[in-house]
Design a protein around this ligand. Structure first.
Ligand code: NAP
Length: 302
């Protein structure tokens, strides 16, 4: 079957694109490597999406998924390994098969950036985590560290301060990239210790993480005994599988115009994997609407 539009990625951007495309009567297949929802499902409470304050990220994602399904979008949970362009049609290749469409919207978002430390992969799930909302409850009354200085690290540290006995927040500079208001809330918490101008340089473990080695910019080294380490050092865009059809900038983000068009006719991008200034839920859903509208126009103009 030839779909009108294949959407790669069932995060807020991809699922919003599906809603817009279905409302324009286009046939839609959404291909998603994991579960629907993307990054937002890890947010305990959304506070900055207009008219949807105090909803969990999971409930928000489920609402969008159900809305897209009810409108007739088809979902398959398969990882797209390759995208081919034959001009009139695009072929998305997964382990299970090949799917064709006249247009494609790539809304693959981004993945957690790793710290790049020896043993990090082996210890993931054994003391190392990239999601405080998912794994924080395992560290009740324990000692944890968070690495990073953006809003994710600040919010993770605040969240963990409610659960854990002690929270170290380790950041490589002396000022934070995240919001000042959150920094102030953190500073008022007695069980939070800021470890600034410092980087984690080694993980010490047997079966699980036992401690981390932290090196300050002045060269001094200390060992922090921790049960858990939460890495919140940003994200990397998931575009590599599509670099044959879309232009990527130095950081791997997809170049596109105001209408989310890429250098390949009929291939559009939407969401956090796209080069832009603001990556928020509201800009992801906006991208989904814009990319779908451009794709619909592309299809209607033949
Ligand atoms: P981010 O803003 O890119 O921050 C990443 C942090 O990790 C930076 O402080 C960076 O340090 C540090 N870092 C990067 N690589 C590192 C490494 N190898 N070792 C040690 N530290 C490293 O990422 P984010 O916090 O995930 O946020 C992403 C976007 O989502 C941002 O725009 C953020 O505002 C937004 N966000 C918003 C909310 C909200 O509105 N409530 C919540 C979460 C996230 P430097 O500062 O030194 O570069």
């Amino acid at each position: 079957m030839m779909y009108d539009i294949i959407i790669i990625g069932a995060g807020p951007a991809g699922m919003t694109a599906a809603i817009y495309a279905r409302r324009a009567q286009k046939s839609v297949l959404v291909l998603e490597a994991q579960s629907y929802g993307g990054q937002i499902i890890n947010t305990p409470e959304i506070e900055n999406y207009p008219a949807a304050a105090n909803i969990s990220g999971f409930d928000f994602a489920s609402n969008v998924y159900n809305q897209a399904k009810a409108l007739g979008a088809e979902f398959k949970f398969e990882n797209v390994l390759e995208l081919r362009d034959t001009g009139a049609s695009k072929e998305a290749v997964t382990k299970r098969g090949e799917y064709s469409a006249r247009a494609v919207i790539i809304a693959t978002g981004s993945a957690n950036r790793k710290l790049g430390l020896e043993g990090e992969d082996r210890l993931t799930g054994r003391g190392i985590s990239y999601c405080a909302a998912c794994d924080g409850a395992f560290y009740r009354k324990k000692t944890v560290a968070v690495v990073g200085g953006g809003n994710t690290a600040l919010e993770d540290a605040l969240y963990l301060a409610d659960v854990a006995e002690k929270v170290y927040l380790i950041h490589r500079r002396d000022s934070f990239r995240g919001d000042e208001a959150t920094v102030e809330r953190l500073k008022s918490r007695e069980n939070v210790e800021l470890v600034l101008n410092s980087r984690v340089t080694a993980l010490n473990a047997d079966k699980r993480l036992q401690s981390v080695e932290v090196k300050a910019n002045d060269g001094s080294v200390r060992e922090l005994k921790v049960d858990g380490l939460f890495a919140a050092v940003g994200r990397v865009p998931e575009n590599q599988s599509f670099s044959n059809l879309i232009e990527l900038d130095g950081a791997g983000y997809a170049d596109s115009d105001e209408s989310c068009r890429t250098k390949t006719a009929g291939v559009f991008v939407a969401g956090d994997n796209r080069r832009k200034e603001v990556r928020q839920l509201v800009t992801a859903t906006a991208d989904g609407a814009v990319a779908a509208t451009a794709a619909i126009r592309y299809l209607n103009e033949g």
